[in-house]
Design a protein around this ligand. Sequence first.
Ligand SMILES: N[C@@H](CCC(=O)N[C@@H](CS)C(=O)NCC(=O)O)C(=O)O
Length: 314
Amino acid sequence: MATLSNTIIEKGEFIRPPSEFREMVPSKSFPAEDKRYHLYVSYACPWAHRTLIMRMLKGLDDVITVNVVHWLLGEGGWSFTPVEDGSTEESVHGFSFIKQIYLHTNEKYTGRHSVPILYDKKQKTIVNNESSEIIRILNSGFNNLAKHPDRDFYPEPLRGKIDEINDIIYNGVNNGVYKCGFATTQQAYDKAVIELFSTLDKLEDILSKQRYLCGDKFTEADIRLFVTLIRFDPVYVQHFKCNIKRIQDYPNLSGFLREVYSIPEVKETINLKHIKHHYMKSHNKLNTYSIVTMGPELDWDSPHGRDNLPAQPI
Ligand SMILES: N[C@@H](CCC(=O)N[C@@H](CS)C(=O)NCC(=O)O)C(=O)O
């Protein structure tokens, strides 16, 4: 079972390697064109989830096509078989594995075979495999084709603030849960779990005073936090040992989670079966018998209670 492969563990601490394909759209080689680009994603993966949310919120669902891998990250990496519960075939080449997309782009490629991938169907090549850049591309690179060109999730005046909060969220939360789960020494785990919960405490405080992370405007920072929050209680609490508190125990973080969950375009991107099955059945060093938990009961459809805090329309 592929579990902690392609990752670096140093002194018991998990370190995420950098992505290798970093081209942008629009650019000379990659102009924005209708139906030319394609996303390869996993519903389970929080990094891929960001790109799916941005694609929906910008109204790019007719412009950028998508293939979804099966939830199991097995020996051969992400695969497109069997097709079930929302996963799809690989429709550009008919490939069975994500690895083949990387090797088709560069047969000498030796890096990770990760999702998400933004792919150019015309030149049959990977454009970008770094989710933080793919969401920026989707936010502004296709405005001539998007249903919602006026929605800007990285607006100029807030960029400094967004970058600052993104750093905090990436280190303390998005990657923070992985640092807890993949730690191989007590010391590394202790350090990671303390960092994670002190960051969550800080974010709880911010969200007690304002509707979103950067004020009254919903931005990419909120999307980046949401994808970890939605996985937290069903998976990370127990699977990654992030169990000092649940998100449900934080009034503001949980209200924020329910509000973002209630956005129809966001809700459409969530597949809890893929999320739970992926983590609990792919990481068998963490869950030897691959048993998927039944709980917890979730209350994501209950009122978010944040209407008293001012908000600009999304
Ligand atoms: N830096 C990448 C990280 C993506 C990532 O780590 N994806 C994981 C799934 S959650 C993956 O595909 N892992 C498979 C592997 O490394 O073989 C991004 O944000 O786009």
